[in-house]
Design a protein around this ligand. Structure first.
Ligand code: FES
Ligand SMILES: [Fe+2]
Length: 376
């Protein structure tokens, strides 16, 4: 599939599922060894994959102006992404070329990066510009002491970073079109850690089989029990979660059906990012493994409201509803999975026909790990 379905095609498929009492079902049942969620060696190899593939780093909207930057760890490596004077986004390993101090932290806007340790100063394009008391470094070749670059690519409103780029990369924007539009503003960021393996956390977001039991009083009253559309595009997936009010579209001519406010799209961007698209806001979440049983979740909320401050405020409240109701329920469940892992009760976790986006993820992760083994 070259792209995900049109909104009208998704609506049509959902309405048919509502009529028939069916849902999308994958072909394969997948058994994933529990050891793969507990093994330090496996995590080491997953980090290697996360450094070799193009991984969503932040939304383009977080780097709106020349000099705006985002600095954080990606796959355990400090990375600094910045928009240059020329409008281009670049990314670097966030390490001074003198003795390695980090040049910036968090988010901000800078004219240049001045190392907090001894003041070596780098331009936004990474070139080393100034060394205080330079006579202490006779023969220093400034040109070869610029910041160490990694590949940065902007696609579909997202900045992707590839730390160890190689030829024949997958296009990170595969099938995403204008997932986050240029008019969408960043309205909020959240940074949380949970006691759970990053894959368990991901799995909790890309199936609707758990809605009735996992979100009995929050999402289920507005949604369905196990009714989803699941699509794959390259290594990415999209799971659509309809609200019951989508049934009103049955009386609207197909070409005029508008799905905003009647469903939620959840995109899984391989390997470790999720983009949740709701009517007034979009949330990009990057899942950063910290340890086999610990994950950092960096969430960027964007308004779909075209710059109107009042609309942006209500979008922010919407986004908060999602993060404060559904997310804690998911978190409790996935952390309980993590706690039970050492019990020996399960040698495998079984993902069934309704969990096919998870199966797609594991199939692609396994392929990426095998590819890595061949190169090593
Ligand atoms: S470590 Fe950066 S100037 Fe010394
Ligand atoms: Fe959930």
């Amino acid at each position: 599939m070259q792209s995900f379905m049109s909104d009208q095609a998704v609506a049509e498929r959902i309405l048919s599922h509502v009529r028939e009492g069916t849902t999308d079902a994958g072909e394969e049942v997948w058994r994933e060894p529990v050891e793969n969620y507990r093994s330090e060696e496996r995590l080491r190899r997953e980090f290697a994959v996360l450094r070799r593939v193009a991984v969503p780093f932040c939304p383009s909207a977080a780097l709106r102006e020349p000099g705006s930057y985002v600095a954080r760890e990606a796959a355990g490596i400090p990375i600094l992404a910045v928009r240059g004077e020329d409008g281009q986004v670049r990314a670097f390993r966030n390490a001074c070329r003198h003795r390695g101090a980090e040049l910036a932290g968090g988010m901000g806007c800078a004219k240049a990066f001045v190392c907090p340790y001894h003041g070596w100063t780098y331009r936004l394009d990474g070139r080393l510009h100034r060394v205080p008391h330079e006579q202490g470094f006779p023969g220093l070749d400034k040109r070869s002491h610029g910041l160490d670059p990694v590949l940065a690519q902007e696609r579909s409103g997202i900045v992707f970073v590839t730390q160890l780029a190689q030829a024949n990369e997958h296009d990170p924007g595969e099938g995403l079109a204008d997932l986050i539009g240029p008019e969408q503003d960043l309205i909020d960021t959240h940074d949380n850690e949970a006691e759970v393996n990053w894959k368990v956390s991901l799995e909790g977001s890309i199936e609707g089989y758990h809605i009735r039991f996992g979100h009995r009083d929050t999402f289920y009253p507005y949604g369905y029990d196990n009714l989803n559309v699941v699509e794959h595009c390259g290594r990415n997936s999209r799971v659509t979660f309809p609200f019951r009010r989508i049934e009103k579209l049955a009386d609207v001519p197909k070409a005029e059906r508008r799905v905003e406010g009647r469903l939620t799209f959840v995109y899984h961007l391989f390997p470790n990012a999720l983009v949740t698209v709701l009517s007034r806001h979009t949330i990009l979440v990057v899942l950063e493994p910290i340890a086999v049983d610990r994950t950092r979740m960096i969430a960027y909320s964007l308004a779909n409201t075209g710059g109107d401050p009042a609309a942006a405020e209500s979008a922010r409240r919407d986004a908060e509803f999602v993060t404060q109701t559904g997310a804690p329920e998911d978190r409790e469940l996935v952390e309980s999975i993590q706690r039970s892992m050492g019990s020996g009760a399960n040698e495998f976790f079984t993902f069934g026909h309704f969990e096919s986006a998870i199966v797609h993820f594991h199939r692609n992760l396994r392929a990426a790990l095998e590819d890595l083994d061949q190169r090593e």
